[in-house]
Design a protein around this ligand. Structure first.
Ligand SMILES: Nc1nc2c(ncn2[C@@H]2O[C@H](COP(=O)(O)OP(=O)(O)OP(=O)(O)O)[C@@H](O)[C@H]2O)c(=O)[nH]1
Ligand SMILES: [Mg+2]
Length: 251
């Protein structure tokens, strides 16, 4: 129940506190996956075990391996995009379009060590109404974790209301910059974020998936796009300050 202000019927114009039921938001999990046959199934199973979410949607575009089959066999709904011309941002957008949920839990398909408990813990502050965006960060160890939790967040493990994602202009849906676009909506709106480490959770990097040299090239291309957003006229540097001011670090 949530207390809201409303007018009483008997005394026109007077205010009182009334209690109305607050509907629990429906959260769907959206997992973008391209060539993730090795890890997609375990992550779908963890996602299906999350107590706070409804459906698990895997968006598979351009995979040349068994990603879609593995995801389906593990119990996910699979959205298959035939064109490989898209990117992570477009895959998330397709997942959002395929669902009528109030909020989305975005999850990468290449996580290792992820369990339903990690996911429940990320849902908790969002459902309790303590934040607009709830994030899970990889476990980089005791030395780095405190820094990572306060760094501009690039994590793919995050819950946001539907309207936040839909506020991103279509022309800004580009590749790996999608997390920064979400951050931008949150920070510019002075909305709150809660972040926590997911103990024991890491991921397969591009070097693991593609090999050393192609992996480094792909990583370089990703960071080039991300750093390109700092040029004048794009993401304002001060959004990081707005983000930090409304950040709650959950240890
Ligand atoms: N459907 C779809 N998924 C994608 C696409 N690009 C990336 N993904 C998925 O997005 C998730 C994160 O992608 P990664 O390439 O691992 O990016 P990252 O983890 O941020 O970067 P690394 O640190 O290099 O691993 C994974 O589940 C990918 O399969 C795409 O074009 N289409
Ligand atoms: Mg990865």
């Amino acid at each position: 129940m949530e207390a809201v202000r409303g007018t009483t019927g008997d005394r026109a114009g007077s205010w009182c506190e009334v209690s109305v039921p607050r509907r629990r938001p429906v959260i769907d999990i959206v997992i973008p996956a391209r060539n993730e046959e090795r890890t997609v199934a375990v992550n779908v199973v963890a996602a299906l075990g999350c107590a706070c979410t409804r459906e698990v949607i895997v968006v598979d575009d351009g995979s040349s391996d068994r990603t879609g089959d593995e995801a389906r066999a593990a119990g996910a709904k699979v959205v298959r995009l035939e064109s490989a011309a898209g990117s992570k941002a477009h895959a998330l957008a397709a997942g959002v379009r395929s669902s009528d949920a109030d909020a989305f839990f975005f999850l990468d398909a290449d996580c290792t060590g992820l369990t339903s408990t990690h996911l429940d813990e990320i849902c908790e502050p969002f459902l309790a109404g303590r934040c607009t965006m709830s994030l899970g960060a990889f476990d980089y160890g005791w030395f780095w974790n405190p820094l990572v939790l306060r760094w501009p967040p690039l994590t793919g493990e995050r819950i946001v209301p539907r309207w936040v994602f839909e506020s991103i202009p279509t022309h800004k849906l580009q590749g790996y910059t999608i997390e920064v676009r979400i951050n931008e909506i949150i920070a510019e709106g002075r909305l709150s974020t809660e972040v926590r480490t997911m103990p024991g959770v890491y991921h397969r990097t591009k070097r693991d998936k593609l090999g050393r040299i192609p992996g480094l090239r792909a990583t370089w291309a990703m960071y080039k796009d991300l750093f390109g957003m700092l040029k004048p006229g794009d993401v304002r540097w001060r959004t990081y300050w707005f983000y930090l001011r409304a950040l709650r670090v959950n240890r």
